[in-house]
Design a protein around this ligand. Structure first.
Ligand SMILES: NC(=O)c1ccc[n+]([C@@H]2O[C@H](COP(=O)([O-])OP(=O)(O)OC[C@H]3O[C@@H](n4cnc5c(N)ncnc54)[C@H](OP(=O)(O)O)[C@@H]3O)[C@@H](O)[C@H]2O)c1
Length: 328
């Protein structure tokens, strides 16, 4: 048997229920994992509430990330043996698989070895955040040493990874937060400058920081009408990469009349995680950063699996900095 988090209707954290269900056997191309830690993501709140690009099919499971050990590999799966330490990379649909449980089945293509030096809680805080930030900040080659980059919602788990990757490639990260209370924590986390969006004029501050040049890249999960404000802080020829929708309002496309030579695009880590070659390079990049100490995943707080409702409440409140991890 397995203990799995399921929900039968859209709603708040209280719809999440921990149930005993048949563990099931992994099929061809799948691996069953004995989970030790689960990384929570805002996408999972959106999925639970019905605000994600996918609608749940009930009863629905939940969860993109986990760390643990291999329990059983399905027919035809090579390279994984029972007991191997592994982590789960988000590369599948939440309608097909979920990681919130103590014994879960995921596609073998989503399973990566976990270096013995990386404990399960840390490993559960790595893959969504670091691969998401790796794409635009490292893989694309757009950001060069000395460039200023704007990292909005920098207290988020992705934002924390983005600060570290920006530093790693030699860029100068400017962080934003809505809350002045997070300013010092963002500076401690590697931000060169922090702009409090509720109190400061964002483009004016960017221009002051960058000597009137603007940032090379703005990496933004907020979206909504605020992208027009961000666009005013981007250097000519620079990029605006929108990778989330924290602001549910319509996102206008900054147009050529107001913002000449600005490249705007949306981005998802699935571009990388569903391409074996790009995923291999991303995993190598992140593992090298973990091994050298350049990347130190920030875990804000842990909860037990039995506290999944409280963990989702805490995530929704958005008072955290970094990752929230559920231990099993
Ligand atoms: N495209 C992709 O592949 C991809 C992958 C991973 C995540 N994402 C997206 O990235 C975003 C961050 O994900 P996460 O799991 O790292 O988030 P998280 O840890 O829950 O952090 C979210 C943070 O965003 C800030 N924020 C700004 N505006 C907000 C708003 N209207 N509502 C709530 N929070 C707001 C808050 O910080 P302050 O209060 O300090 O401003 C909050 O702490 C989400 O939109 C998620 O869907 C996209």
């Amino acid at each position: 048997m397995a203990r799995i988090v399921q929900f039968d209707r859209l709603g708040g954290p209280e719809v999440l229920t921990l149930r005993d269900v048949e563990a099931g056997a992994p099929r061809a191309g799948e691996v069953r994992i004995r989970v030790q830690a689960i990384g929570l993501n805002r996408a999972e709140i959106m999925f639970r509430e019905g605000g994600y690009f996918l609608q749940p099919r009930f009863p629905s499971t939940l969860g993109y990330e986990a760390a643990g050990v291999v329990d059983e590999a399905g027919p035809g799966v090579t390279g994984f043996a029972p007991g191997d330490p592994v982590a789960v990379v988000p590369s599948f649909s939440l309608n097909d698989y979920g990681t919130y449980g103590d014994l879960v089945i995921v596609p073998a293509s989503a399973v990566v070895p976990r270096p013995s030096t990386v404990d399960p809680v840390t490993a559960a805080a790595v893959w969504m955040a670091y691969i998401t930030a790796y794409g635009p900040l490292a893989e694309s080659g757009e950001v060069r040493p000395g460039d200023h980059v704007l990292i909005t919602a920098a207290a988020s788990s992705v934002g924390q990874a983005a600060l570290q990757i920006a530093r790693h490639v030699g860029a100068i990260p400017i962080a934003t937060t809505r809350s002045a209370a997070k300013r010092q924590r963002l500076l401690d986390a590697g931000a060169a400058h922090v702009i409090v969006t509720d109190q400061e004029d964002v483009p004016a501050r960017i221009m002051e920081i960058t000597g009137g040049e603007g940032v090379r890249l703005a990496f933004d999960p907020v979206a909504g009408p605020g992208v027009e404000t961000l666009a005013r802080g981007i250097a000519p020829g620079g990029s605006l990469v929108v990778y989330g929708a924290l602001d549910p309002r319509t996102t206008p496309l900054p147009n050529a009349r107001s913002y000449p030579a600005l490249s705007t695009r949306t981005y998802t880590l699935h571009e990388i995680t569903t391409d074996p070659e790009r995923l291999r390079r991303a995993v190598a990049f992140v593992n090298a950063g973990l091994a050298s100490g350049s990347f130190t995943p920030v875990v804000d707080r842990t909860f037990d699996l039995t506290e999944i409702v409280e963990a989702h409440r805490y995530l929704a409140a958005a008072d955290h900095v970094g990752k929230i991890v559920v231990t099993v």
